[in-house]
Design a binder for this molecule. Sequence first.
Ligand code: 3HC
Length: 296
Amino acid sequence: MAKYAIKNVTVIGGGLMGSGIAQVTAQAGQNVTLVEVNADVLKKTEASIATSLARVAKKLYKDKPSDGEKFIAETRGRIKGSTDPVESVKQADLVVEAIIENIDIKHKLFKDLDAAAPPSTLFASNTSSLSIGEIASVTNRKDRFGGLHFFNPVPVMKLLEVIRTPETSEETYQAFMAWGKSIGKVCITCKDTPGFVVNRLLVPYMAEAVRMYERGDASARDIDTAMKLGAGYPMGPFELNDYVGLDTTNFILEGWHKKMPDNPLFEPLESMKKLVSEGKLGMKSGEGYYKYDKKK
Ligand code: 3HC
C-alpha cells in the first residue's frame, strides 16, 4: 500500500454526494479540497456540511458537547474550498469526481485534470450509472482510474463500491480499498457494469414500484408502508425516489434504456418523466411523489 499513501483528496462537485464525500474524508483526518463552480455554491455546500457535521457530532459526543464543537471545527478546518479544478489537483493524491452525470462534461474535466495532476495522482468517479472505462478513456492514466461509488446520505451509509475496469491496476485497486477503509467505509468490489451492484438492483426495484402505482394496484403511500413494514426497508420506494432525486432515477433509467432497449426493467416511467418535466424532483425541490413542507 505504501506506493499510494492518500493524505490529500480533491473532491470535484459539492452536491449531495460530493459534499458528503468531502465531509467523511475530512472526518477521517485527511486534507480535502472541495471544488465548486463559484463562491456562492461553495458557501451553500459548506453550510450543508456544517449541518451534517452537527448531526454527526451530536451522536458521537452526546455526553461532551464541547468535544463535539472541537470535532466540527477541526473537520471543517481540513476542508478548503476552491473554484479552480485544475489548480486543485496539483497536490492531490486522489481526485474523486462527483459532478453532473454528463459524459461530455466529465470528459472535458478529466482531460484538463489529467494534464494538471502529478502522474502519481489516482482518479476516481462517483458516477452512479455511467461507464468508468468510458469516463477514463480520455486520460493517460487508465491504470490509475476507477470507480468509488458512495451512497446517500454519505455520512451515514457505510458502503463504498470500488469499481475496477479491465485497465485499473492492482495497486490502484488496493489503494482504493485501503482508502475506503481509512474513511470508515465497508468496501465491496464490482466490475464496471451498469449500476454496479446497488443501483443495478435498487433502480429496477424502484421502477417496478412506480409501475405498480401507475397501474393503480396500490397507492404510493401503501407501497411504501408495505416495503417498510413487510420487508424491513428503512424507506419505501417512493420515499427513496424522492430522497435520491427523481431527476437522478429518471436519468439512470433513460440512459440504460437507450443502451439496452430490450430490457423491460429499464423502460422509462411516465409519472416520473412528468414530475421531472414539471421541476418536481423530490425532497430537494419540495415536491416529488410526495409534498414536503420546506425545501431540503
Ligand atoms: N448527515 C449526518 N447524519 C445524518 C444525515 C446526514 N445527511 N442524515 C441522517 N443522519 C443521521 C441522523 O442524525 C440520525 O442519527 P441518530 O441515529 O444519532 O439519531 C440517523 O442518521 C438516522 O436519521 P433520522 O433519524 O433522521 O431518520 P431515519 O432513521 O429515517 O434514517 C436514513 C434516515 C439514514 C436516510 C434512512 O432512512 C435510510 O437508510 N434510508 C435509505 C437510504 C438509502 O437507501 N440510500 C441509498 C440510496 S441509492 C444511492 O445513494 C446511490 C446513488 O447513486 C443514487
